[in-house]
Design a protein around this ligand. Structure first.
Ligand SMILES: [Fe+2]
Ligand SMILES: [Fe+2]
Length: 307
C-alpha cells in the first residue's frame, strides 16, 4: 500500500494492527519515504534537537552486528521460546537496517558526511571478536535504545513539531525497540548460566561503561560535524543551548538518566511495569496514523471553486 502525504512523501505500510498489549514481537514492513524528501532540521527547525537524534552513534552495520551476536547463540541454547524471540528480533532489526540505510542516504543528500559519522561505530564494533563480549555490548546498546524509546513513547509531544515522515519513523522504531528490549538480556542470561553472579554482573556493566562512553564521544563529535556543515557557530551559546536541551527543556537526558542508570542494579530486568501500556499506545498511534493517511488519500479532492 502506498500513500502520498501532504508533503509529497511516500509512505508504505502493511502489518500495522490496532493497539494491543500482548507480548509479541511484531516485525512491521513499513517504508517511510525519508529518502524521497530529506529534511534539514526536521524537528521543529531546531538544530540541536535534530542533530542530537540524527547524530546518535549508529550505522546499519550496528543492526547487523546485533543480529549476528544473538543468532550465534540461537542453536546453542536449545530453547524454542528464546529461538522464536531471536527470530522476531532479527526480522525487526533487519527492517530497521533497511530504513536506516535510507535515512543515512537522506543525510548524505543534505550534505552531511555520513561516512565520517559511521566510521568510529564500525571501527569499534569490528574490534569485538569474542561472542560473549559482542553479546554484552549488544545488551548495553539495546538498553540505551530501549531507554530512548520508553522516553519517546512516554513523551510523544517531543515529536509534535517533527516532519510527519520522521515522526512516523521514530515512533515505529521506538515501539519495536520496546517490544524486543528484553531479548538480548534473555540470551545473555541463558548464555552465562555457568558464570558466577559477580562475573555476570561485571561483564554486563563493564560492557555498558564502554558503550556509554563511546556513545557520548560520538554524539558530541557528530554534533560538531552537523554544526560545521550547517554553518552553525560552536561558541558558548551553542554549548549552553545543548545543556538546556539535555537538562532543562525538553530535558532529554534528565528524563533518560533514571532509566539508564537502572542497568547498574544487580539482577536488572529491562521489563518495566508500564511497558504494556506504552506498547499498546505505540501500536494504536501507528495504526491510527496510517489509517488517517489512507483515509486522506482516498478522500475525493475538493472541487475547484466556481469563478
Ligand atoms: Fe533497531
Ligand atoms: Fe534493537
Amino acid at each position: 500500500m502506498a500513500i502520498a502525504d501532504a508533503a509529497g512523501q511516500t509512505a508504505r505500510w502493511k502489518d500495522a494492527a490496532p493497539g494491543s498489549d500482548d507480548e509479541d514481537i511484531i516485525p512491521r514492513d513499513i517504508r517511510f519515504g525519508i529518502l524521497e524528501n530529506p529534511t534539514r532540521h526536521w524537528l521543529g527547525g531546531d538544530f540541536h534537537k535534530t542533530a542530537l537524534i540524527d547524530g546518535l552513534p549508529s550505522s546499519p552495520e550496528g543492526e547487523r552486528y546485533f543480529i549476528r551476536s544473538l543468532k550465534y547463540y540461537a542453536p546453542k541454547l536449545k530453547d524454542k521460546h528464546l529461538a522464536d524471540e531471536i527470530n522476531g528480533y532479527s526480522v525487526q532489526e533487519a527492517f530497521h537496517t533497511r530504513e536506516h540505510e535510507d535515512y543515512n542516504r537522506a543525510l548524505a543528500k543534505l550534505g552531511y558526511d555520513v561516512e565520517a559519522m559511521e566510521a568510529p561505530v564500525i571501527k569499534t564494533l569490528r574490534s569485538d571478536k569474542i561472542p560473549i563480549f559482542r553479546l554484552a555490548v549488544t545488551c548495553a546498546i539495546e538498553h540505551l535504545t530501549a531507554t530512548l524509546s520508553s522516553v519517546t513513547l512516554r513523551n510523544p509531544q517531543f515529536l509534535d513539531d517533527a516532519s510527519p515522515a520522521y515522526r512516523r519513523l521514530w515512533m515505529w522504531h521506538a515501539l519495536e525497540e520496546l517490544e524486543h528490549k528484553a531479548v538480548a538480556l534473555d540470551v545473555f542470561d541463558a548464555a552465562t548460566t555457568k558464570y558466577s553472579p559477580f562475573k555476570r554482573y561485571m561483564l554486563r556493566t563493564m560492557a555498558f561503561n564502554a558503550v556509554a562512553w563511546t556513545f557520548l564521544k560520538i554524539v558530541l563529535a557528530n554534533l560538531v560535524r552537523f554544526a560545521r556543515t550547517d554553518g552553525v557557530k560552536t561558541g558558548p551559546r551553542f554549548w549552553a543551548r545543548l545543556v538546556w536541551v539535555l537538562f532543562g527543556n525538553p530535558g532529554y537526558w534528565r528524563k533518560c538518566a533514571p532509566l539508564v542508570l537502572k542497568y547498574y542494579l544487580p539482577g536488572f530486568n529491562p521489563v518495566n511495569k508500564d511497558d504494556h501500556d506504552l506498547i499498546r499506545k505505540g501500536r494504536a498511534w501507528l495504526y491510527d496514523e496510517f489509517m488517517a493517511l489512507e483515509a486522506a488519500q482516498s478522500a475525493p479532492t475538493a472541487a475547484p471553486a466556481a469563478e
